[in-house]
Design a protein around this ligand. Sequence first.
Ligand SMILES: [Zn+2]
Length: 488
Amino acid sequence: MKFEIIAVLSAYLAVANAHDGPHAFRGRHANIARQVTASASAASSATSSAPSAASSGATPASAASVSAPTVPAAVTTPDSVTISLPTGPSGIPPLISLTSGMPSGSTLPLSQTFAAGAEPSYSGAPPLPSAFMFVQGQWPTMDVVAPTNSSQVQQWMQELEGVDIPDLQPTQDGDCATDPAFALDGQNRGWWTCGGWTRDTDIVQCPDKLTWGVSFDDGPSPYTQTLLNFLDEKELKATFFVVGSRVIERPQVLVEEYMQGHEISVHTWSHHALTSLTNEQIVAELGWTREAIKTVLGVTPTTMRPPFGDIDDRVRAISLAMGLTPIIWTSTPSGIKFDTNDWRVAGGQFTGPESFQSFEEILGNATTLNNGFIVLEHDLFEITVDMAIGYTLNAAMTHEPPFTLEPIGVCNKIPTTDMYQETTTNKTYLAARQKALSNVNSTTSTGSSSGSGSGSGGVNKSGAMQSFAMVSLPVLSAVAAAGFALLI
Ligand SMILES: [Zn+2]
């Protein structure tokens, strides 16, 4: 199991790092991160002596031990800007200790098991099927792009018949830097990655101001149970974007997510950048994840989230043709993407305090929006779960003005029944989907960075510049400047 987790982590980070651009960016950032770490460590040692749960061997973050953050500590950056850092609740390591390579704590068992035939809480839901039994050869290899020559994939390909799938050449790896010509054409391609371009068919926010559509990506992981216990204690519900390879690995965790009233959505089989795949591969990635969820839960999601947010009009049309509405995370009108960067902490590129600052700025920007918002967070790693239950969720729950925390479907007024194909009571569901399909090419809806992109001829360049320009902390601005320099 241990080797398996490490292998998955390595694969994940290998893909994630591919999106970070040239090495110069990482080198620059590493230096900045070290400066903050050194400075913050000094402050931390003076203000907090609480050992981490991991290093003390204690069980991390049992539901009973979690409480609201205590008095914030102050940390001074190399630029003498004071950052307010919460110390975190009991059982959660201090923010400064949340770094790549930190000792791993123990994991929690399922809080309960659900027998076949158990009834989900929402109206009309089918009873749970028999407990999932993994059978070798019935599923694609985990964490590898699902093959396209199976009878299942050929059958799913029929769902694309009659649908106008844009003839867009796949990208190299979903990264703007490796496909500069495509990046410049980001608006026409509807490419979110390069310029933040969205279409009317995407869900990118919650409609009501000060409402956070809470979600976690990439699980179920060994640490998801810790998050589930916390959410249960706080009576919070979220949307889980699950990876098919993880679903067949930990089916009972998925069952607990679903039976506790959280929403389940598709996040592909192997977590590759979808714009880099062929039509058949995209169908395989979405189809096998759909299949895994259906096999475990008895229902098929009607929504999906592309890994890295990497979607264009081709991926969009295929997803919609397969009955999956894309959900991304929010960008402000000036192009600031609501990414906590928690995954970069796990990858050693961000420190815990830096990621928390990303989230604090998200909350600050969220209060300026006329609508609610969606934030990118993960339940794949112990660090990202610690970030969520120790810091980000508490910060949002204690924020003034107060935020309402809801799953993304709920905040968008989508009945739970309509989140799954088997239970939708929306008789016009298919008609609406067909209408969406016919619009996906013709809509002129611009990306969230449209203002910054106009007149420049370079959507991704100006979008990136704008998104970084409004980051107020010197340390993050410096990181952004390095990133921007490479983008142009
Ligand atoms: Zn992901």
